[in-house]
Design a protein around this ligand. Structure first.
Ligand code: ADP
Ligand code: MG
Length: 521
């Protein structure tokens, strides 16, 4: 009987192994970036085309390799990072399996240029077979270029995602890896254009620059991290980033521990977003349980779980900080403006306004007035201003204020004077194109008049459009007195609910609004 079993050729072995390490362009980038970091790089430049499967290059300024090492590096199980099994217990590098380069080279057209400072070496391989080895010029460092990924593995190629999905996943991978090494700068070019430029910077700054503001800081023995606000918890785990001894890994255990630490602050089905860095003795963590070194196992699971849960829970202790960004509040409003502000009372009575209703202005936040009157009212001050301005100009009611000096401005046509005067704007023409304004209705600030004029001309002299457009663009900041006066004036308008552009000016804040606001719907 002929022998049935054969030993597979090295190239076939590599290609099979590649299935485990090389999943997609993002996983290739991860391996190559880890190599660059292991080589002590301070700057890593990545470039991709076609989402990384047509072309993917990682260039670093690390220690580089001499000719013999470069040749060996492409062989399977060739590594400079461990020598004996015992070294596995004290890993300080990301790599150790010596598989990545061999695997990547076996499923692509591969080129490496590397130098330790002197003459460089260029190696070319096609589907794992060495095609050229020659000297080349290169500064210290290493460039690995991968073209036509899976060109010789059609079955794998068929299952590749679209270029844009691959590119997006790769870009996210670069950003994520950059979180752990703020002292290294990164850049990513996509189809010839710079897509990411991550400069050296302090760790917290880098994290917030890449992931957005974080609300809490977790600290424990060997543990440091930043936690996103509970209300930003996601329905996916994507926002959960864990580094164990600076290696990006996934750990369901720690994921659960952090969630427990957030406690009842997030719903059952949501995942909190976080970045955690755990430093533990290398011999109490096994990184060798997954070919992509993605998952880890801890020897003291209970201890690690408690460490994480307690650190997160502690981060939330102490005074509550409900807002990640401070709100711009007005100065505190007095309990009853009307009684305590005689000038306001005087102004109001001259306008025929009534202050007798039991109302209480509460606060002004970013141009909105909160008012307590049979419930809570929310008033958009700009829209209120538009309505009041519109009606007062239309009816020529506004008591004109004489200007100390006439305000001069260019106009495009002579016929405007009459129309402006009809709105209570006292003006005259100097020469053909200069308009001199002598008095303005109280609601129009002299300094803002040119803006109003422009809005009016742009709105084809329709006062409703002009008032609405002008008020919307105004940078005016309303003081508490002005805001309250404006509200009283609004109540006297023919239509006090909508601005002249048809937008709702104020609303009663009902229980449902608050409910949906709090629940983020
Ligand atoms: P591992 O990283 O697990 O050792 P790799 O296949 O990724 O295995 O790399 C093999 C070897 O090639 C590494 O141990 C290292 O000595 C060398 N090497 C790879 N990439 C670089 C690089 N960018 N700079 C310097 N040396 C490198
Ligand atoms: Mg490696």
């Amino acid at each position: 009987v002929p022998q049935k079993i054969i030993r597979l050729p090295e190239e076939v072995i590599n290609r099979i192994a590649a299935g485990e390490v090389v999943e997609n362009p993002a996983s290739i980038a991860k391996e190559l970036i880890e190599n660059s970091l292991d080589a002590g790089a301070k700057r890593i430049e990545i470039a991709i085309e076609g989402g990384g499967s047509a072309f993917l290059q990682v260039e670093d300024d690390g220690c580089g390799m001499g000719r013999e090492d470069a040749l060996l590096s492409l062989e399977r199980h060739a590594t400079s990072k461990i020598r004996t099994e015992r070294d596995l217990l004290a890993l300080s590098t990301m790599g150790f399996r010596g598989e990545a380069l061999a695997a990547i080279a076996s499923v692509s057209r591969f080129e490496m240029r590397t130098s330790e400072g002197g003459e460089g070496t260029r190696i070319e391989a096609q589907g794992g077979a060495m095609a050229a080895v020659e000297p080349c010029a290169r500064n210290r460092g290493t460039t690995v270029s991968v073209r036509d990924l899976f060109f010789n593995v059609p079955a794998r190629k068929k299952f590749m995602k679209s270029a844009s999905a691959n590119g997006a996943a790769l870009s996210r991978m670069v950003e994520t890896m950059a979180l752990a090494c703020p002292e290294v700068s990164f850049s990513l070019k996509v189809d010839g254009k710079i897509a990411l430029e991550i400069d050296r910077q302090e760790r917290k700054k880098r994290i917030e620059g890449l992931l957005g503001p974080m609300s809490h800081e977790a600290k424990g023995a060997g543990l440091w991290g930043l936690l996103a606000p509970p209300d930003e918890a996601k329905l996916q785990r994507r926002g959960q980033i864990l580094f164990v001894n600076n290696r990006l890994v996934f750990s369901p255990l720690i994921s659960r521990a952090v969630k427990a630490g957030y406690g009842t602050r997030i719903p059952d089905n949501a995942y909190p977003s976080f970045v955690l860095f755990l430093e533990i003795a290398p011999d109490s963590v096994d990184v060798n349980v997954h070919p992509q070194k993605k998952e880890v196992r801890f020897s003291e699971e209970g201890k690690i779980y408690r460490l994480c849960e307690e650190a997160v829970a502690r981060a939330f202790e102490g005074p509550v900080q409900p807002f990640s960004r401070p709100l711009a509040f007005s100065e505190p409003l007095p309990f009853s403006l009307a009684e305590e502000s005689p000038p306001l009372l005087h102004q109001a009575s001259s306008l025929g306004l009534d202050f007798q209703v039991a109302e209480r202005p509460l606060a002004i936040v970013d141009g909105y007035l909160f008012l307590q009157a049979e419930g809570l009212l929310l008033v958009d001050l700009r829209l209120a201003y538009a309505r009041v301005l519109y009606e007062s100009l239309k009816e020529k009611q506004g008591a004109a204020q004489s200007l100390m000096w006439p305000l001069e401005t260019e106009v495009e046509e002579e016929g405007m004077v009459e129309e402006l005067q009809a709105m209570g704007i006292e003006c005259r023409l100097i020469g053909k194109r200069r308009l001199a304004v002598d008095a303005l209705p109280a609601l129009l600030e002299p300094s803002d008049f040119p803006d109003f004029l422009q809005a009016w001309v742009e709105g084809k002299k329709r006062l409703d459009l002009a008032a609405s457009r002008y008020a919307k663009g105004t940078k005016r900041v309303f003081t508490a007195d002005e805001a309250y006066l404006l509200w009283k004036q609004l109540l006297k308008c023919r239509d006090s609910l909508y601005d002249p552009g048809g937008r709702r000016i104020w609303k009663r804040v009902e229980g449902e609004h608050l409910k949906s606001f709090l629940e983020g719907r």
